[in-house]
Design a protein around this ligand. Structure first.
Ligand code: GZL
Length: 326
């Protein structure tokens, strides 16, 4: 009888072992910035859908826009001995120590969306992201072409096209990349002397702050402002509310160009309230989990991969809108 019991125990144990091996899903800890914009929500939804499709046990953490919450989440993932850690670095610096802890725990780290600066590039395996510098360059290229083709004249009767800029989160690679890309393209332009930047201030990528800062810009410069460049669509949408509240016509009195390509800005372009958006593609989930699978199989992956991104203008908005996925 004893032998039978032992065999039974062994067979049950083996069955459980097999079932646990068979159902042993890959566990990935993912620290997301927050839910500050339409774009971020689309990015989160895409990550969760792709995790489901790849049969990954996703431990998802929302940092409420605070770096210290991301660091805490990554430390928790290490304690949970996840197979891989993914995160969107809210700002570019301050990650060395926590990534050294992950390296000591032999847990690979895969970056999504934004970029980071570390003292040792071996602290993360790869980055799947968006090319903020090129996005900034595309903004200026579109604006300079639009101003020239439409022979736009300064509203104040002067000789300079006056811009105000709503910057993204201070210290984020998305904000610094877009700012540098725009500035470098402007400085390289034969028309560089035609432009004057009246003011540039962070709206932290949110609609609310975009509205507040634009209100202050209008108070200071009302009929001098010819162009708003917003580092993301959500801040542009907030700014449009302030422009209208001041009795000005968005896209007409003040030309509006922003970055992301979310549904809200397409609707604003259809409504004649915005002029153009440079796409920043949040649909990075598939590429993220494909790359994670390769890393976990020990395959080599490129250190940095950018997702595809286009430029969309008001005259295309109605036609393109139905096909937009975010
Ligand atoms: C860009 C991304 C930015 C978006 C904003 O890659 O990190 O963060 O442009 C979002 O809308 O808040």
């Amino acid at each position: 009888m004893k032998l039978f019991k032992t065999l039974l125990a062994v067979s049950v144990g083996a069955a459980m072992a097999v079932s646990s091996v068979a159902s042993a899903k890959t566990t990935i800890g993912f620290s997301q910035i927050g839910a500050e914009s339409e774009w971020r929500t689309a990015n989160t939804n895409d990550v969760k859908a792709a995790a489901e499709k790849h049969n990954v046990d996703l431990k998802f953490s929302d940092a409420q826009q605070k770096q210290e919450n991301q660091i805490k989440a990554i430390r928790t993932f290490i304690a949970q001995k996840v197979d891989l850690i993914g995160f969107v670095p809210i700002v570019a610096t301050g990650w060395d120590n926590i990534l050294r802890e992950a390296k000591r725990a032999k847990i690979p780290v895969l970056i999504m969306d934004r970029d980071l600066t570390v003292s040792d590039d071996s602290l993360y395996v790869a980055k799947i992201g968006t090319d903020s510098y090129t996005e900034g360059q595309k903004v200026f290229a579109w604006l300079d072409d639009y101003i020239t083709k439409n022979n736009i004249k300064p509203r104040d009767g002067g000789d300079k096209i006056n811009l105000v800029i709503l910057e993204g989160t201070v210290g984020s690679s998305a904000a610094t990349g877009r700012a540098h890309g725009f500035d470098d393209a402007l400085k390289a332009s034969p028309n560089k002397d035609k432009y004057n930047i009246l003011a540039s201030q962070t709206g932290d990528f949110t609609r609310q702050k975009g509205q507040e800062v634009m209100e202050s810009f209008i108070k200071s410069y009302r009929d001098k402002i010819d162009v708003l460049f917003a580092h993301n669509d959500d801040m542009a949408l907030g700014a449009i509310q302030s422009i209208e509240a001041a009795g000005l016509k968005p896209s007409k009195d003040i030309i509006i160009v922003s970055v992301d390509g979310v549904k809200g800005i397409f609707q604003a372009m259809i409504d004649g309230k915005a002029n153009a958006t440079v796409e920043c593609n949040p649909l990075q989930g598939e590429l993220f989990f494909e790359t994670a699978e390769k890393i976990l199989k020990g395959e080599s992956v490129p250190k940095s991969v950018f997702v595809e991104e286009g430029v969309y203008t008001a005259d295309q908005a109605a036609e393109v809108f139905p096909s937009r996925k975010y």
